[in-house]
Design a protein around this ligand. Structure first.
Ligand code: FAD
Length: 458
């Protein structure tokens, strides 16, 4: 029997986490076997971040067209051509995919292994009957669209995967789940003229956000005519020729053309040999220590299969981290709380650090100061026709530990916010920085001026 090909690192899964590991590892002179059963780029590129943002861009243009007369430009929105929308979206994906393939395949130290891999023991992965060995193994198998027990996907009950490839625009839709993915589709569809109702069992939409942001977000969605029911759980759904009928546990019913199930993402870890290798799995997730080591052999796990926020840039950062860890560089891990999070919708939510509530729990009820700044005072926001706010959370007389923003395109402001939080900046220091005028970014500067005791605008 031929000896198995051996790599310094065998990476299982070529999504945001896996391909980042591979790219950083070859930079460090390590050899990598990158195993992918579908397409390099994973969920983010093909079924997640990129296609949804392309749809959101089309949606934003539709909103601008509707609003255009307000700005003295008389454009009439005739229709949304979903075939053309999809072609634009698919073109973006195809371009990025080609670029990524070129990047990976152009690296001498990376061998792409196509096929479904299964861990065997603690140093081997078998792909299509061929065994490959890794001195180190990085598991990065990602996630899938979850459903609820008894709620079957099929027909008019779909997940984000089907929603992204739909070749029609429904007249009406019910979205089960008011988290990031649910509100993103609600936003797109509403702009495309769909009658949207979100059903969320928890007491509010975007329940993980700071309470002030939640309130502003719900107000904005209401104003846009997006309907939602919160605080009552889903009971069941019936499908017929006309559409779906959703029943909640309180007996209330909603009818629409289809039901999008957006109740979170489950880790892809079953039947992959993980447990047999001795790796601890909890509710499907791979448990690691804070340095992403599974505690078994030289096996690490990154991205959506590791408990915590499921975001592409977190997986990507973890990929870089494990490559450096394996190379012995002793890198620093970024804690989940310091990872920037953006909810892409109209309006957009951008946040990093602790919410007011979480900060009070962590540092003590009377150890927290907050500051809000309303975008009504920001010239660029008025020009763009957006409202919203910036909220800062600081430790009493200490650094800023949370920045929360809502308004059109506020995700673009998250860069400065994450530097502030990650570098534990004091508001007094940020207040000394000059923010260009007129930009939406000035709202961050004004909020810090106010928190530093110099509220120039309000
Ligand atoms: P994945 O990207 O899921 O990659 C895992 C890869 O492993 C896949 O390519 C899969 O085919 C492969 N694989 C699995 N099992 C095997 C096997 N046995 N053998 C070989 N290959 C295997 N995140 C953001 O940061 N910003 C966003 O705007 C955003 N929007 C999103 C929108 C939607 C609709 C969805 C669904 C997700 C979104 N996400 C977003 C989340 C983001 O896509 C994930 O956090 C990210 O893709 C996780 O990266 P990963 O490498 O852990 O897994």
């Amino acid at each position: 029997q031929a000896t198995a090909q051996e790599f310094d690192i065998l990476v299982l899964g070529g999504g945001s986490g896996g391909y980042a590991t591979a790219l950083r590892a070859v930079q460090l002179g390590l050899t990598v076997g990158l195993i992918e059963k579908a397409k390099l780029g994973g969920t983010c590129l093909h079924n997640g971040c990129i296609p949804t943002k392309a749809l959101l861009h089309s949606a934003e243009l539709a909103d601008h067209a509707r609003d255009s007369a307000k700005y003295g430009v008389n454009v009439t929105l005739d229709s949304i051509d979903i075939t053309a929308v999809n072609a634009y979206k698919d073109g973006i994906i195809a371009g990025k995919f080609k670029g990524l393939q070129g990047l990976i395949k152009g690296k001498k130290g990376i061998t792409v292994i196509e096929g479904e891999g299964k861990l065997q023991g603690t140093d081997t992965i078998v792909v299509n009957g061929t065994a490959y060995k890794g001195k180190n193994i990085v598991l990065a198998t990602g996630s899938y669209s979850r459903t609820l027990p008894g709620l079957e996907i099929g027909g008019k009950v779909i997940t984000s995967d089907e929603a992204l490839t739909m070749d029609f625009i429904p007249k009406s839709a019910i979205i089960l789940g008011g988290g990031v993915i649910g509100v993103e589709f609600a936003s797109v569809w509403k702009s495309f003229g769909v009658d949207v109702t979100i059903v969320e069992g928890l007491p509010s939409l975007v329940p993980n956000e700071d309470a002030t942001i939640v309130k502003a977000f719900e107000r904005a969605f209401k104003k846009r005519g997006i309907k939602f029911s919160t605080g009552v759980f889903f009971q069941g759904v019936e499908q017929n020729d006309d559409g779906v009928k959703v029943t909640l546990v309180d007996g209330k019913t909603f009818e629409a053309d289809l039901l999008l199930v957006a109740v979170g993402r489950g880790p892809v870890t079953a039947n992959l040999g993980y447990e047999e290798a001795g790796i601890t799995i909890d509710r499907g997730f791979v448990i690691t220590n804070e340095r992403l080591h599974t505690g078994v052999g030289n096996i690490f796990a990154i991205g959506d299969i590791v408990p915590g926020v499921q975001l592409a840039h977190r997986g990507y950062q973890q990929g870089i981290f494990v490559a450096e860890e394996i190379a012995g560089l002793k890198p620093v891990i970024v804690e989940d709380v310091n990872i920037p999070k953006v909810t892409y919708s109209e309006p957009e939510i951008a946040t990093v650090g602790y919410s007011e509530k979480a900060a009070k729990e962590k540092f003590g009820e009377d150890q927290i100061q907050t500051q809000e700044y309303n975008l009504a005072g920001n010239g660029k926001s008025s020009i763009l026709g957006t409202t919203g706010l910036v909220k800062l959370v600081r430790q009493k007389d200490g650094p800023v530990v949370g920045v929360h923003m809502i308004g059109a395109r506020m995700g673009e402001q998250i860069g400065e916010a994450q530097l502030i939080v990650n570098w534990e900046a004091y508001p007094e220091d940020v207040a000394q920085l000059v923010h260009a005028h007129p930009t939406q970014n000035e709202s961050l500067g004004e909020a810090h001026l106010a928190l530093a005791g110099k509220p120039l605008h309000g």
